[in-house]
Design a protein around this ligand. Structure first.
Ligand SMILES: Cc1cc2nc3c(=O)[nH]c(=O)nc-3n(C[C@H](O)[C@H](O)[C@H](O)COP(=O)(O)OP(=O)(O)OC[C@H]3O[C@@H](n4cnc5c(N)ncnc54)[C@H](O)[C@@H]3O)c2cc1C
Length: 413
């Protein structure tokens, strides 16, 4: 009888997918354990809809245990320490040994710009933040909305652009668009440089068509909350009525200063196997750092974007690799760098971007024409993700697979 312990740190997108896949395919003598500090799971992709009042807050949140196979053990605790030499995880009350470790701890947000709501500074990167922003958007009647990306990397490179277009659609519907300017400032040279120039051009065109003012190559320098001004590295200062900041992303404290992190705080992995420098220790999703071809500035090599779609596909790959190792089979699976995104454009429309992020000399991602079908696809995806593990999840999975087949898009769930 095979007896092994697989420990998964983090019960977000990557952790949930890995746990369910491993549990489905491995005998019960293999223990699968998730360590997660939150009992409730929220779908971050839906914060964008929450922000423009297209979702009720309680509809995008569910107990984590409902999303996970009953045969997976969940320990609701904070991971305090990863002891790689002793192959042990330390939480507040437990010590858990592992044979295989999957680190899926995601990223954290720097608090600096998160607690200044009284000065009109908001975000949609947290569950609470998206709700407060929704209330502000309901109130604003005229003036300047500024969306500013603090720094790179940030998760979901399409999200600020989607937010600008969703807000534009929201204001148009309420006949306030002609009294409010939407401005988007980013340090990036064009939208989504991590997805290559072609997609960047498609998104720039979309912004222009909607009258959204776009300012690339603007690095945020300082915000003066009392004066309601934002200054960029070029010393350009702008006044805002509502400021939406994409906060700086940092790696979780348990990884910072651990032997696994690189200089930026993220965990470097082999781009095909997702294995860290330590054997049988894998890092998937936002926590890892995967180099891809291209540079977005001469001194800034490109990294695979932090996105749920990659946390998902990397979880599938790592689960298959661990499965092969446990059964002593040849390892045939590797992460190929393909990714997709349904880019919300407001007014119930979305674009579908798909491509190869490992393509050389730069990622090769193209967007199909805007359409309602892509928006409905994203809605279906949300329903599948939040459905309880079991019959309803399988039902939505079949619907997505049928839709993907008819639209000729290669999606693996
Ligand atoms: C507004 C917004 C829109 C987005 N839209 C999309 C989209 O359309 N498509 C897409 O692909 N991606 C999207 N994303 C990005 C996506 O949500 C993330 O990339 C994805 O969640 C990463 O998955 P992960 O498993 O790496 O980390 P997470 O899903 O963040 O999970 C990490 C888990 O680890 C837990 N954790 C962290 N530290 C500890 C600790 N010390 N102890 C115990 N538990 C811990 C956390 O509580 C969390 O549950 C969006 C994100 C945002 C904010």
């Amino acid at each position: 009888m095979i007896s092994k312990n697989i420990v998964i740190l983090g019960g977000g997108i990557g952790g949930i997918i890995a746990a369910n896949k491993l549990r489905n395919e491995l005998p019960s003598s293999v223990d699968i354990i998730i360590i997660e500090r939150n009992k409730m799971h929220t779908l971050a992709a839906s914060y964008l809809w929450l922000m423009v009042n297209l979702r009720k807050a309680e509809k995008i949140r569910t107990p984590l245990s409902r999303l996970i196979h009953k045969g997976v053990k969940i320990i609701y605790e904070e991971v305090k320490q990863i002891d790689t030499s002793g192959k042990r995880i330390q939480t507040e009350h437990n010590e858990i040994n592992y044979d295989y470790l999957i680190i899926a701890l995601g990223s954290e947000l720097e608090k600096k710009h998160l607690n200044n709501n009284q000065y009109g500074i908001h975000n949609f990167y947290t569950y609470e933040g998206a709700q407060r922003l929704r209330d502000e958007l309901a109130k604003i009647q005229s003036g300047e909305i500024i969306i500013a990306i603090d720094s790179l990397p940030y998760k979901c490179p399409g999200a600020p652009y989607e937010a600008a277009m969703l807000i534009s659609g929201y204001l148009t519907k309420r006949e306030r668009k002609n009294k409010i300017n939407i401005n988007l400032y980013t340090p990036e040279p064009h939208p989504l440089p991590v997805a290559g120039p072609e997609l960047g051009k498609s998104v720039s065109d979309l912004l222009e068509n909607k009258g959204i003012k776009f300012y690339p190559a603007h690095q945020l320098k300082e915000i003066k909350p009392e004066e309601k001004t934002i200054t960029f590295n070029s010393d350009l200062t702008k006044q805002y009525d509502l400021l939406i900041v994409i906060p700086k992303h940092i790696s979780p404290a348990v990884i910072r200063n651990s032997e696994l992190e690189d200089e930026g705080g993220w965990i470097p992995v082999d781009r095909n196997s997702l294995e860290t420098k330590l054997e049988n220790v894998y890092a998937i999703g936002d926590i890892n750092s995967v180099s891809i071809p291209g540079r977005w500035q001469p001194d800034k090599p490109m990294k695979l974007p932090k996105a749920g779609v990659f946390a998902h596909s990397q979880a599938l790959t790592v689960s298959e690799i661990i499965n092969s190792k446990i059964f002593g089979k040849e390892i045939k699976n590797s992460f190929c760098g393909d990714g997709f995104c349904m880019l919300e454009a407001g007014e119930d429309l979305a674009g579908f971007a798909y491509g190869d992020f490992f393509a050389s000399p730069h990622p090769d991602v193209k967007m199909r024409k805007l359409g309602k079908a892509w928006h409905l696809g994203k809605v279906l995806f949300e329903k599948w993700w939040l459905a309880p593990y079991g019959f309803s999840k399988s039902f939505y999975k079949i619907l997505i697979q049928l839709g993907a087949k008819s639209l000729k898009i290669p999606i693996k769930l």
